[in-house]
Design a protein around this ligand. Structure first.
Ligand code: GDP
Length: 172
């Protein structure tokens, strides 16, 4: 049945939001795998599989020339993890622009794929709350896809498990 099929999850976010750290944390749960993910730079794709779930990460750092390459993955993913650095107030507008482009993309608009938003770096004191981030990004506008936001500390793994659990539940 469905369980045998591999689910493909795209991990998106600006550079420095914590994608590599997050993937390393997920890898830690799976001792069979080697334990280092190199940071995402440009179009270095990061990939690994955890049981039946394959994760692929990209930087969305305004690099127009790579955009089409990562957008190519939209149509074959079953879920999206959108990582936000909650301490990076300066680039929240850039995050919103990237989210707008994502939600408007034909391969995303037409499909009911779950989106997990991670307000990462919750350990930093000056971080924005998930409520503040959700309202700044206008997440309430997403009516045709299941979505969820939680705060995480990718360094310690705090909050990550709940988020991933939510996403997995949406898939199966
Ligand atoms: P990427 O560019 O999105 O892959 O981001 P990285 O995973 O390379 O993380 C960027 C920087 O943020 C690194 O120095 C990480 O150690 C740090 N970082 C990632 N997650 C957290 C977190 O939850 N809290 C804190 N304090 N630092 C984090």
């Amino acid at each position: 049945g469905l369980k045998k099929k591999e689910a493909r999850i795209l991990v998106l976010g600006l550079n420095n939001s914590g994608k590599s750290t997050l993937l390393n944390q997920l890898k830690r749960d799976d001792s069979k795998l080697p334990n280092d993910v190199v940071p995402t730079v440009g179009f270095n794709v990061e990939k690994f599989k955890n049981q039946n779930v394959g994760f692929t990460a990209f930087d969305m750092s305004g690099q127009g020339r790579y955009r089409e390459l990562w957008e190519h993955y939209y149509k074959e993913c079953e879920g999206i993890i959108f990582v936000i650095d909650s301490s990076d107030r300066l680039r929240l507008a850039v995050v919103k622009d990237e989210l707008d482009l994502l939600l408007q993309h034909p391969d995303v608009t037409s499909r009911c794929i779950p989106i997990l938003f991670l307000a990462n770096k919750k350990d930093l004191r000056d971080g924005m709350s998930s409520i503040k981030i959700a309202s700044s990004l206008h997440l309430e506008r997403i009516q045709d896809k299941p979505w969820h936001i939680c705060t995480t500390n990718a360094l310690s793994g705090e909050g990550l498990h709940e988020g991933i659990q939510w996403l997995i539940q949406q898939l199966y």
